[in-house]
Write a protein that binds this ligand. Structure first.
Ligand code: NAI
Length: 351
């Protein structure tokens, strides 16, 4: 295999603007080495265009590593749209976004992310074929990827609990930060195996719904990171593992769905120094992109199940590599992903 060099710098950054619909954002292609750059479209509030680009660049790099380690024939990319102020025409916004995706001629494949839905992707699909996460056709993968993401996180958490705490999840307390699509599904799975659950979300309706179904204890969003729990599952937004929060953690395992949980990579050393096992976000949250890839590439449901079920094996591989090389799991995961992208290692699709 030829060796290629991998850096944090993206291959290209495409500013997307459409004044009529209010579309303003970027599409970032971090790497197309393994295939078209795949990664969802985020719609969120940002203070500046610089913040939009910075977030998209980091998320796109994470997608390259996630797809590489999951053994997918896809590169990494991300679209970030700045939420227009006040009321806006959502259909017009996503039509304009679909045009922008189409102009990249298949170098970028979009799907849902925070703030976007299956319905939004249906509108995008009216403008371009380079979209996934559409309503499933009979018996085929498709639709909301969140249940698959939650399943992968759950399986990884089972492994992390056994490795670090020497206990099954039924004997663990799990604090979930954010009970949106992934966090709520994860809470139900944990409830089914008898884990104790603590939840927090800025959305009080979601908190009430999940608490009703699982009997979870509810705490405030300011307390969820430091609440007394064995495992913390960040399932809201990124940057939550930082210099302020890590010293306050009571959990000795962190395993959740949110992308870019570490404010900076060095925080993974701080976690390791405190004896906290951090399951790298992009290793454990690949279930959704596996389902998105299967839909786009025409794979069947059994193949999605097999690849998502292998999440714990992939985490084990990363944790063993971290232990044998004396680095944090996050650094080990980055190293393995870069080796795949550089062509010096292949990742088996299901292990
Ligand atoms: P979502 O938007 O459905 O849920 C996020 C939840 O977090 C919302 O209920 C929101 O109210 C809550 N939240 C926001 N700020 C909060 C705070 N400070 N404290 C507590 N809760 C807060 O998003 P979804 O799809 O569940 O994704 C969650 C995370 O997982 C995101 O970071 C996303 O990028 C990541 N992810 C999601 C995948 C998917 O398949 N949906 C795939 C891979 C990663």
């Amino acid at each position: 295999m030829n060796k290629r060099s991998v850096t944090a710098m993206p291959e290209s950054v495409h500013v997307i603007e459409d004044h009529a619909s209010g579309l303003s954002g970027v599409i970032v292609l971090h790497s197309t080495v393994l295939g078209p750059a795949a990664g969802g479209c985020r719609l969120w509030d940002y203070a500046s265009q610089g913040d939009v680009t910075a977030d998209a660049v980091r998320l796109a790099e994470g997608m390259s590593y996630k797809n590489a380690l999951a053994g997918l024939p896809l590169g990494g990319g991300k679209a970030v749209i700045r939420r227009p102020q006040g009321a806006f025409d959502r259909e017009a916004l996503f039509r304009a976004f679909g045009h922008a995706v189409d102009r990249l001629s298949g170098q970028y494949v979009t799907a849902e992310d925070v703030g976007t839905s299956v319905e939004d992707m249906r509108i995008v699909a009216g403008q371009t074929p380079y979209v996934s996460g559409l309503p499933p056709r009979a018996g085929r993968p498709g639709g909301d990827p969140s249940p698959w993401t939650a399943r992968g996180v759950f399986l990884a958490m089972e492994l992390a609990a056994l490795r670090q705490l020497k206990r099954p999840l039924s004997q663990c307390t799990v604090a979930i930060q954010g009970v949106g699509n992934v966090g709520a599904a994860l809470a139900l799975m944990l409830h089914e195996v008898g884990a104790k659950i603590i939840i927090a979300d800025t959305n009080s309706e979601r908190v009430a719904r999940v608490a009703n179904r699982t009997g979870a204890m509810v705490v405030s969003v300011s307390n969820i990171m430091k609440v007394n729990a064995d495992i913390l599952a960040p399932c809201a937004l990124g940057g939550v593992l930082n210099a302020n929060t890590i010293p306050q953690l009571s959990a000795s395992v962190v395993c959740g769905a949110a992308n870019n949980q570490l404010a900076v990579l060095e925080e993974s050393d701080r976690l390791a120094d405190r004896g906290v096992l951090y399951a790298p976000d992009y290793v454990v949250n690949a279930g959704g992109i596996i389902n998105v890839a299967a839909e786009y590439l025409g794979w069947n449901r059994a193949s999605v199940e097999e690849r998502v079920n292998a999440t714990a094996c992939r985490l084990l591989h990363v944790l063993d590599h971290a232990e044998s090389s004396g680095v944090s799991p996050a650094r080990a995961a980055d190293g393995l992903a870069r080796a795949v992208l550089e062509g010096s290692m292949e990742m088996a699709a299901a292990a």
